[in-house]
Design a protein. Structure first.
Length: 594
C-alpha cells in the first residue's frame, strides 16, 4: 500500500493509506462499539454481494445495517452517497480527522491532495463541511447543542475557536437552535473537536445521514406554562444517539438526515410540525400524567414540503429515549436508499402505514405503546414571543430574549455574551430556532442594568418588529447550494423597512437561499426563497414569495404568493405587503394625518 507521504507526492492520498496510530484505533473502537448494538450476521447473499463489489466490510457503512438494508445500500441503482458510505463509513472520519490534521500540520500533505470524498463528503460525519465553492480550504463546523443550551465557558471556547481565523472566522446560530463555526482549517479541526468534547459538546454526527440537533423549548425550566422541562430529555437523547458525543457507528448510517424536536407547551417552540419526529407534551386527561403525543414525517426539501402526521402514539417520559432509539433503527433498516428525494422518514411511514410503523418500533422496544391521547382545549393559544423581558416561573426571576441579527456572531460577541450571561444571569444562555439568544435567570434587580448594557443595544432585547422576527439561512456567502445572498441582504432590507414604516406588531420574515428551505420559508408570515428571476430579459437573483405561515398550536405552511421576483424589486414589494397584509403605515403618516 502507498504511504501517505508517497501518495501526497503523487496526488491524492487514498483514504485507505492513512496510518493507523494507536490513538486512532482507540477512538475508532470506542466509536464503533457503541453500547448495546451488535452487527447483524452476514447472510450468504450479502456476503457474496460484498465480495462481488470488492468492498471492505469492516470499513464500510454496511456493518450495522440489517441484511435487507445492506442489499438496498449496495443496489446498483443506489445513489452515489450510498456508494461513498459503502467504500468507507463516515464514522471513520471521527478518528481519521486527527490523522489528516496531523499530516497537514507535519507538512506531509495539503487538504488539496486528500481524497475528495473524504474532504467534501465524509468529513461531514465529523461536522466538518468543506466550503470548497465559496471559501476553498475553509470548513464550517456544525455542532450539536441539545435544547440550544450553552454555558459561558462553552461560549468563550467558541469565540477562541474562530479568533485565529480573523475575518474568515465567524459563527451562526442555526434554525435548529444550534451553532456553526466558520473559517476552520483542517489542520486545527481535531484539536477543536477535542476541546468541544472536553467541554461537553461535540460536532460528530451533525451532518449527512445523521440525526440533527435535538430541539426543545428555549425557555425550558423557566417557563410558567410548561408541562415539563425538555432539557434533560434532549440531553439524554443526544447522549444516547451520539454515544456521549464520541460517535455511535450503529446509528450513523441512516438513509437520510432526521430531525427530532420536543415541545413542552402549546406554543410548540420546537416546530414539531416540520420535524421528522415531533414529540408534543400533553397531560393525559384520564391519568393526569404528562407525556408526549408523537407526530411523524414533517420535512422540507426541493421536491416535497409536508407537515407531520399523527404517529398515534403516546409516550411516557421514560419511553422517549428508547422509543427514539428504536425508531432510528427501524428507519435505518427499512428506509429507502435508492432515491434521496424519497428517503426521509415520511416516505417510510407512508409506505408502512402508521400502525405497522408503531408496531415495528414496539417490537424493537419489547413493549406495547399507548395510543395518542386526545386533549381538547376550550381556548385559543397564541404562540408567545420569547424576545424581550419576561417573568419566569421562579418568583423574582426574568429571562431576556435578545435578537442576534440573522444569527451571525463574531469572536467578540461570544466573549461579550458569556460575560453578560454571568453578569446578569446564571452563566448560561439558550439559542432559539429563530436564531436568537435568551439569557435566563436574571434577578429582577438586574433587569434595568441589563437593558442599559451596551451589549444589549448590539443584540437588542426590544428589537424592532421585523428584526425580532427575522430568520435567515446561510445563503451565498458560504453555502454552495445558494441561489441568492441572504443574511446581509435580509438585514439591510429590515433596516430600510423599519426606517420607512411603522410596523404595529411582530412580522416573522424567513429567508432561505434555495428550495431546500433551511431558513424555513414556509414557516414565516412572509417567506422569501432564492429562485431564478429575469430583469430586462437577463437572468438575475430572484425570490419566490410565500405568505401566511402559521406556527404554534394549529400550524399551517405558508403558500406561494409570487415567483420570479427580482431581488431589486424586493424593497417596494415588501413595503406593499407589510402595508396591505400586516397593518404597516409609512413613517410620519400618522402625525401628518393628525
Ligand atoms: Fe439545511 C443542506 C444549512 C436547517 C433542509 N443545510 C444544508 C447544507 C449542509 C448544504 C451544504 O452542503 O452546504 C447547508 C450548509 C450551509 C452552511 O454553510 O451553513 C445547510 N440547514 C442549514 C442551516 C445552517 C441553516 C441556518 O442558517 O440555520 C441549518 C442548520 C441546522 C442544524 O443546526 O443542524 C439548516 N436544513 C435546515 C432545515 C430547518 C430545520 O431543520 O428545521 C431544513 C428543512 C427542514 C428539513 O430538513 O426537513 C433543512 N438542508 C436541508 C436540505 C433538504 C433536505 C431534504 O430532505 O431534501 C438540505 C440538502 C440535503 O440534505 O440534501 C440541506
Ligand atoms: Fe444553503 Fe439552500 Fe440551505 Fe440556504 S436553504 S443554507 S442556500 S442549502
Amino acid at each position: 500500500a502507498t504511504t501517505p507521504q508517497a501518495a501526497a507526492r503523487t496526488g491524492r492520498v487514498p483514504a485507505r493509506s492513512i496510518t493507523v496510530s494507536p490513538q486512532r484505533r482507540l477512538v475508532t473502537v470506542r466509536a464503533v462499539e457503541a453500547p448495546g448494538y451488535e452487527s447483524p450476521p452476514l447472510s450468504e447473499e450479502v456476503a457474496a454481494k460484498i465480495e462481488e463489489l470488492g468492498l471492505d466490510f469492516e470499513r464500510s457503512g454496511l456493518k450495522y445495517l440489517s441484511n435487507d438494508a445492506r442489499m438496498r445500500a449496495m443496489d446498483r441503482k443506489s445513489v452515489k452517497f450510498e456508494k461513498t458510505k459503502n467504500e468507507k463509513c463516515g464514522s471513520h472520519m471521527w478518528s481519521d480527522v486527527s490523522e489528516l490534521a496531523q499530516l497537514i500540520r507535519d507538512g506531509k500533505t495539503k487538504w488539496e491532495d486528500l481524497d475528495l470524498d473524504d474532504v467534501d463528503v465524509r468529513l461531514k460525519w465529523s461536522g466538518l463541511f468543506h466550503r470548497r465553492k465559496r471559501t476553498p480550504g475553509r470548513f464550517m463546523m456544525r455542532l450539536k447543542v441539545p435544547n440550544g443550551e450553552l454555558t459561558a465557558a462553552q461560549l468563550r471556547y467558541l469565540g477562541d475557536c474562530i479568533a485565529p481565523y480573523g475575518a474568515d472566522g465567524c459563527a451562526d446560530i442555526t434554525t435548529r437552535a444550534n451553532m456553526q463555526i466558520r473559517g476552520v482549517q483542517l489542520e486545527d479541526a481535531d484539536r477543536i473537536i477535542a476541546g468541544l468534547q472536553e467541554r461537553g459538546l461535540t460536532s460528530l454526527m451533525s451532518g449527512m445521514d445523521n440525526v440533527r440537533n435535538i430541539t426543545g423549548s428555549p425557555i425550558a425550566g423557566i417557563d410558567p406554562h410548561e408541562l415539563l422541562d425538555t432539557r434533560p430529555l434532549c440531553h439524554e437523547l443526544n447522549a444516547a444517539i451520539t454515544a456521549n458525543g464520541a460517535g455511535n457507528a450503529a446509528l450513523t448510517n441512516l438513509p437520510r438526515k432526521i430531525n427530532i424536536g420536543l415541545s413542552s407547551t402549546r406554543d410548540d417552540f420546537a416546530h414539531c410540525h416540520i420535524n421528522d419526529v415531533g414529540l408534543k407534551a400533553v397531560r393525559d386527561p384520564a391519568s393526569g400524567e404528562v407525556g408526549f403525543n408523537v407526530e411523524l414525517g414533517g420535512y422540507f426539501s426541493i421536491k416535497r414540503n409536508v407537515v407531520s402526521i399523527s404517529g398515534d402514539t403516546f409516550l411516557t417520559q421514560e419511553q422517549v429515549v428508547p422509543y427514539c432509539m428504536a425508531l432510528l433503527e427501524v428507519f435505518r433498516d427499512h428506509g429507502a436508499r435508492n432515491d434521496r428525494q424519497k428517503a426521509r422518514l415520511m416516505w417510510l411511514v407512508e409506505a408502512m402505514g402508521v400502525d405497522a410503523f408503531r408496531e415495528a418500533i414496539e417490537q424493537r422496544m419489547g413493549q406495547t405503546l399507548r395510543r395518542e391521547v386526545h386533549v381538547a382545549y376550550d381556548d385559543v393559544w397564541a404562540r408567545r414571543d420569547v424576545m424581550g423581558v419576561h417573568p419566569q416561573k421562579q418568583p423574582g426571576m426574568f429571562w431576556a430574549g435578545a435578537c442576534v441579527p440573522a444569527g451571525r456572531m463574531h469572536t467578540a460577541d461570544f466573549y461579550a455574551l458569556a460575560d453578560a450571561a454571568e453578569k446578569y444571569g446564571d452563566g448560561t444562555v439558550r439559542l432559539t430556532v429563530e436564531e436568537n439568544v435568551i439569557v435566563p435567570n436574571v434577578p429582577e434587580a438586574k433587569v434595568e442594568a441589563l437593558l442599559a448594557d451596551p451589549f444589549f443595544q448590539h443584540f437588542p432585547v426590544n428589537g424592532g418588529n421585523l428584526l425580532r422576527g427575522l430568520v435567515s439561512c446561510t445563503g451565498a456567502q458560504f453555502c454552495p447550494l445558494a441561489l441568492i445572498e441572504t443574511k446581509n441582504r435580509a438585514l439591510e432590507l429590515v433596516r430600510q423597512l423599519e426606517e420607512q414604516l411603522d410596523i404595529p406588531s411582530l412580522v416573522r420574515m424567513h429567508w432561505t437561499g434555495c428550495p431546500n428551505s433551511c431558513g424555513q420559508a414556509q414557516v414565516g408570515d412572509i417567506g422569501l426563497m432564492g429562485a431564478p428571476a429575469k430583469l430586462d430579459g437577463k437572468a438575475v437573483e430572484g425570490v419566490k414569495v410565500f405568505l401566511g405561515g402559521k406556527i404554534g398550536e394549529n400550524p399551517e405552511l405558508a403558500k406561494q404568493f409570487e415567483a420570479g421576483l427580482p431581488v431589486e424589486h424586493l424593497l417596494p414589494r415588501l413595503k406593499e405587503l407589510l402595508i396591505s397584509e400586516f397593518g404597516a403605515t409609512p413613517k410620519g403618516q400618522a402625525e401628518e394625518a393628525a
